[in-house]
Write a protein that binds this ligand. Sequence first.
Ligand code: GUN
Length: 285
Amino acid sequence: MSAKIIDGKALSEEIIAKTKKQSEEFEKLHLRKVSLAVVLVGDDEASKVYVSSKIKRTASANIESIACFLPENTSQEVLEAKIKELNDDKTIDGILVQLPLPKHIDSQKIVGMVAVEKDVDAFSSEHMGNILLGVDGLVSCTPAGIIELIKSTGETISGKNAVVIGRSNIVGKPVAMLLLNESATVTICHSRTKDLSLYTKNADILVVSVGKKEFVKGKDIKKGAIVIDVGINRHDGKLYGDVEFASAENEAGYITPVPGGVGPMTIAMLMANTLKAANLRLTKK
Ligand code: GUN
């Protein structure tokens, strides 16, 4: 049996088209476009690629992007002043600070400084707390995209065994909470987990976010499982996921490809979050 491919590219196009329609309505009502400031500090090659894809897609969603590219040697003070300026600018709806920041910067402090209502990455303690509590609001882009990908299969999440490999603040922890909110039985595995395959072989839903090329093999996957591969690993000019696709597709019921799975969904959810942040902020006042 060969798994059905979950087409993240197609689903992301649908979400961006819907966001575009709604952001055109926003523009008619407020006489300006929804706007997103994208802050990139330094020359990290992978970050540059991600940021340029994000900026490119804003146009497709009728969102204006403001690129704030700062040099590697930007000081903590200068970066803090930039965030404050963006926070205070009433015409900016969303602020995204691309991570990782250079080592001399206190990332936690910078992320915490972004105004909660403009934090379209939803990395702040307040948004993370809301995810934990199951309160409606902004949800971080990759975890939100993963839930949409799983739901697009038409399978129910409630009652399923969901296993998340990876415990990062950006993906592992929030996606585990979202799956719990959908009434899955959730296990979080990580680098210290013993006998990992004991868990993965029992997973109806398997989310892999470890950043290691082809880490999970077909033999580790339960027959018919929904497999979500968050990995983007560059090797000899090619992209590889955290799951060995060739062997996994023989076992899984559904699987996301790399590229074309989670990646485009992260960007689509960023557009949707920016519109949501704009509407929430302007209806509050
Ligand atoms: N670096 C890796 N993933 C992300 C993301 O989703 N948002 C931001 N801001 N930085 C990242």
